[in-house]
Design a protein around this ligand. Structure first.
Ligand code: CMC
Length: 428
């Protein structure tokens, strides 16, 4: 703990304790401010507010650093696999070989979903957005697995966590299959996590399906890169929902709902839609001009980040993965990729984007890779949700297991009407 900071409010001097993290900026503890000085702080968008203490993920946005439990994302993406990353995020350390084998086995044993879920799906319209189906069906897990909804029981918390990590790819693949009108494909437990997911999405009963290992590795890497990102909007949503004691399936469904928005996980879908709308490289300058126009709400999707103001380290890895996937699939003359590459080049050299530090983010590249793999744009955010589920769970568990945990309840600056008397309808 560093020396407290003294602030003056009116005639009153108040000492605010300063807490130091292991790395990163110190925080002023304002928890007693209202009791002592009768004022709140005001920070819509939480740009200067730490909502929690956490040991899971660290980001240094200026240096372009992302660490999971201290390990750089580049090393995990290069040498690790997704389930190892899940173990790390959930437990705090990398697993030994025996721990990894046990964890992989336990996740694998939970991949099937209750058969009744298949009938639950029949209630959706075929043309429903798969994210709508995800929000509903992950929320519905609490109805199917109500033996693991007691948040005060550590065993039930563990079972619910394993179930969600294991079942989310199965549900995501079902959302896709339902949408395209093909039969659901059951998980195959001798495949790794990403290969299994590809198979559940793209296999059909009338043909053998052979997983392409380059695509499986690329997808596994996409999952690693999206696994956690400290207190982003959807994670904060999960924590806030969980702070009331809501069951974990309901909390993750809330996170999925938040992720859907185009400023968050929906950006990969929005980025690809934008590339299609641009269509050809000669139309890029018009779109750049729109993005710069203060009177036009248009933004270049897949560019900019609240935290990364140097570069997004995930985007760099994604850019390399994109090249691997395109060369494996022999994609050469796709106009969409030409537009993407040219847009990246122009935006990186345009003073507006350079001065505002607007770099391509992870979603700019992930959408292009997923399209090349054969996923429709509506599935992009679903894949993000598959990957982020472990991060949400790790953060939710950290919160529930904190003995000082309280319900999250922000305050407000009220600017509405002061007290006034009700006027009967006939007199208004
Ligand atoms: N295109 C054009 N201008 C932009 C963009 C963009 N993509 N992003 C930010 N700006 C401008 C913005 O107009 C503002 O300009 P000024 O200072 O002149 O008013 C300035 O840059 C700062 O923007 P901001 O909205 O205050 O920044 P923020 O931190 O609140 O927003 C963001 C971050 C990611 C929501 C935003 O950059 C954005 O909307 N990007 C496009 C959507 C996107 O790609 N989102 C995915 C984020 S990465 C995945 C994830 O974590 O979910």
């Amino acid at each position: 703990m560093n020396a407290p900071v003294t602030i003056k409010i009116g005639e009153k001097s108040i000492d605010l304790p300063v807490k130091a993290g292991s790395v990163g900026p110190d925080v002023l503890d304002i928890g007693k401010l209202y009791a002592e000085a009768g004022v709140f702080t005001f920070d819509p968008g939480f740009t200067s507010t730490a909502s929690t203490e956490s040991k899971i993920t660290y980001i240094d946005g200026d240096a372009g650093v992302l660490l999971y439990r201290g390990y750089p994302i580049e090393q995990l993406a290069e040498h690790g696999d997704f389930l190892e990353t899940c173990y790390l995020l959930l437990n705090g350390d990398l697993p030994s070989a025996a721990q990894k084998a046990d964890f992989d086995y336990r996740v694998t044993r939970h991949t099937m979903v209750h058969e009744q879920m298949a009938r639950f799906f029949q209630g959706f319209r075929r043309d429903a957005h798969p994210m709508a189906v995800m929000v509903a069906s992950v929320g519905a897990l609490s109805a199917f697995y109500n033996d693991s909804t007691d948040v005060h029981d550590p065993h039930q918390r563990m079972v619910a966590s394993m179930r969600m990590i294991a079942k989310i790819p199965t549900i995501a693949a079902m959302a896709y299959k339902y949408n395209v009108g093909q039969p659901f494909v059951y998980p195959k437990n001798d495949l790794d996590y990403a290969s299994n997911f590809l198979r559940m999405c793209f296999a059909v009963p009338c043909e053998d399906y052979k997983v392409n290992p380059v695509l499986a590795r690329a997808l596994d890497r996409i999952f690693i890169l999206h696994a956690d990102h400290e207190q982003n909007a959807s994670t904060s949503t999960v924590r806030l929902a969980g702070s009331s004691g809501a069951n974990p399936f309901a909390c993750i469904a809330a996170g999925i709902a938040c992720l859907w928005g185009p400023a968050h996980g929906g950006a990969n879908e929005a980025a690809l839609k934008m590339l299609s709308e641009i269509g050809t490289p000669d139309r890029i300058p018009a779109f750049i001009a729109k993005a710069k126009d203060k009177n036009d709400p248009f933004r270049l999707m897949g560019f900019g980040h609240r935290v990364y103001k140097n570069y997004d380290p995930r985007a760099k890895i994604m850019q390399r993965t994109l090249q691997e996937v395109l060369s494996e699939l022999g994609v050469k003359d796709d106009p969409l990729f030409d537009v993407a590459l040219e847009l990246e080049r122009i935006a990186l050299s345009d003073p507006y984007f350079v001065e505002k530090k607007l770099y391509p983010n992870v979603d700019f590249y992930s959408g292009i890779i997923l399209k090349a793999m054969g996923f429709p744009t509506t599935m992009f955010t679903v894949l993000f949700a598959v990957a982020r589920t472990v991060g949400w769970i790790a953060q939710w568990r950290e919160m529930i297991e904190d003995p000082g945990q309280r319900i999250g309840r922000p305050r407000q600056l009220y600017t509405g009407a002061p007290r006034r008397d009700y006027v009967p309808l006939g007199k208004r």
